[in-house]
Structures are given as C-alpha cells and as structure tokens.
Design a protein around this ligand. Structure first.
Ligand SMILES: Cc1ncc(COP(=O)(O)O)c(C=O)c1O
Length: 317
C-alpha cells in the first residue's frame, strides 16, 4: 500500500531529469537488472525548497551541504564519473522551473549503477533529479509518539550510516515497520552498545534542564544537515548544546524531545515507549527552534553563519 505522504499518480511531477536530460516523469525508467536496484548501489539526497510568499520566491535550502554529502557517498561507493555538484545544482533548478513549482517542495537526487552488472560494478552511472510539491508534515504541529525499536543500527564498519545510501534504509525500514505495527508514529534506533543512534529518517535531540543534547556524529547517525542547522541556531541563541552519547533511559528523563530531518523538519516527540516526555506536549524549546528554523529557511532571518544557504529558484531566471 502506498504511504499517505507520497504523491498519488495525479500529483506526481510532470518532468524529471534523468542522466542530465529533462523528460516527462513517466518516461524516466531504469533497467530491472541495474545494480542500483539489484544490489542497492545507489546514493541519494533529499532537499527542501521553501516558498517565501511576500517575495514570491522559492529558495532551496543548503544545496552545498547536501551536495557535499552526496559527493562523499558517491566516492565511497566508487561510482564512475557521477554528476558534479555544478551539474546537480543546475539540474535542481532546471527541474524545479520545468515543473513550475511555486510552493514548498521536496527534491530527490539519485546516482546509481544502471544497466546490468554485478555487485562491484562501478558504472555506467545513471542519475535522476525530481522536484515535487510537498507541504509541511502535520506532525510538525502536533508531534508524534515514538518507541525504541528492537532492531540495532547498522555500524560504520558494515553499512556506514554516514552515507545516504539506499542500502542503509533496510535497517530504517525494519525499525519503522516495527513501530508502525505496534501503533507508534516513529522509531528510535539504538547502537549495539545500547546508546541512542537516530530514527529511521531523522536525528534526535533532547533537552535536559537548560542543555540541548544530541548523539554525536560517531554514534551511528547520518551527518544531518538539519541537525547541523539546529545546533548552529541554538548556539547562536546562546544555548548550551552537547553532542555526546545518549543512553536509552536518558530518553525517559528528558524534559522535551524532537526529531529532525529535511523531510520531517522538526517533529515534537511526545512520548517514548508510552512514557510521556515532559508534559507530553510539544516543548517550549522545540517551538522556539521551529520558529527560528522556519524564519531561516524562508529567508526571513539570516544569522551570520547562514551565508549562501538559500538558493533562489526564480530570482536568477
Ligand atoms: C537516517 C537519516 N538520518 C537523518 C536524516 C536527516 O538528515 P537531513 O537533515 O540532512 O535531511 C535523514 C534524512 O534524510 C535520514 O534518512
């Protein structure tokens, strides 16, 4: 069954870019024997574009950080001659304009081994870029209930979470399915040492007293762009932020918690394993960060550290 937050066939974009060429979305197809499919030899990225209604401008948020991460993943996966950051930047703007998007949207980039090959094939490399309308998720406002999954996070020396490889989402899927089956809105995945890693598609922050805490980049997480943005926003506002190991039982002690990522943005976490977090309602720091994040991504605020983070789609045309 198709997930509710995915576009129906009627809502899919008119155009996609495949191998650098703009084409109808329905024509963008890969081989059924592509190693990108058969052995999950695929690196991808997800970015958001935010509509600024006053200026009638759409800005893509932190293209540079997303493309750096994509480049690292493609290098680690040893893909032959994948598109450059300039190629992808051009294609992101081209496909967004071709679909005439003037509202909040989501962009997905993929680079994979196409055609037919074994699991060590490094080419031919195919790539795709799509952009679709995607409003804010309702959980941004109302939050979600989480559980700790029984599945453990894949490790850096086996299937490194630091790269955004589709293969890593087997682990995410298993945890996410378990949470869904048990009636929760999301999962928290622990490392083999019992410390907190992240969720299936986002990072975790908790507040204890005046301190904002999040697992560090060596704790089995994707080096999240949203996580980095929130750390910088919080520090700029004079808050104390600790990047360190988080124990499972610390989750139950938290005064508030939230889940973050490009797609989810900032989702309040209301309970863990049926135990309410703080008051069981979205916390005050979560609300402050949601407000500051929204101002930043829409171009209503430009703290000193954020130069170059917004790429206008229509202003340059
Ligand atoms: C496993 C995982 N962790 C964290 C994140 C958040 O990363 P970002 O903020 O760069 O979107 C994502 C989102 O794509 C993810 O899939």
């Amino acid at each position: 069954m198709m997930a509710k937050n995915q576009p129906t066939p009627d809502e899919r974009p008119g155009f996609a870019i495949m191998n650098g060429r703009l084409m109808p979305y329905a024509d963008a197809k890969i081989s059924i024997m592509a190693p990108g499919l058969t052995f999950a030899v695929t690196i991808f990225e997800g970015l958001r574009g935010y509509w600024n209604a006053e200026r009638e401008e759409l800005n893509i948020f932190r293209i540079g950080a997303h493309l750096d991460r994509m480049a690292f993943g493609m290098t680690l996966m040893e893909l032959d001659g994948p598109p450059s950051a300039d190629d992808f930047t051009y294609q992101i703007l081209e496909v967004t304009r071709a679909n005439d998007i003037r509202e909040d949207c989501y962009i997905r980039l993929q680079a994979y081994v196409d055609e037919w090959g074994d699991m060590t094939a490094t080419g031919p490399v195919g790539s795709s870029v799509i952009c679709r309308s995607r409003p804010r998720v309702s959980a941004f406002e109302i939050g979600k209930h989480f559980c700790v999954a029984s599945w453990r996070r894949n490790t850096d020396d086996a299937s490194p979470p630091r790269i955004k490889a589709t293969a890593n989402y087997l682990n995410s899927r298993l945890a996410g399915m378990e949470a869904k089956r048990n009636g929760y809105g999301g999962a928290i995945i622990l490392n083999h040492d019992g410390s907190v890693a992240e969720g299936p598609g986002g990072c975790i922050f908790l507040r204890r007293g005046e301190t904002l805490i999040t697992p560090s980049v060596t704790d089995g997480i994707l080096e999240s762009v949203t996580r980095d943005t929130l750390i910088q926003l919080a520090r700029a506002a004079g808050r104390n932020v600790e990047e360190r190991k988080v124990g499972r039982t610390e989750l139950y002690l938290a005064d508030e918690m939230f889940y973050c990522g490009t797609g989810q943005e900032i989702t309040p976490m209301l309970s863990v394993d049926g135990k309410p977090i703080g008051s069981g309602e979205p916390g005050p720091l979560t609300r402050d960060l949601q407000r500051d994040y929204d101002a930043l991504v829409r171009g209503h605020a430009s703290p000193g550290f954020s130069d170059g983070w917004l790429t206008p789609v229509w202003g340059n045309s």
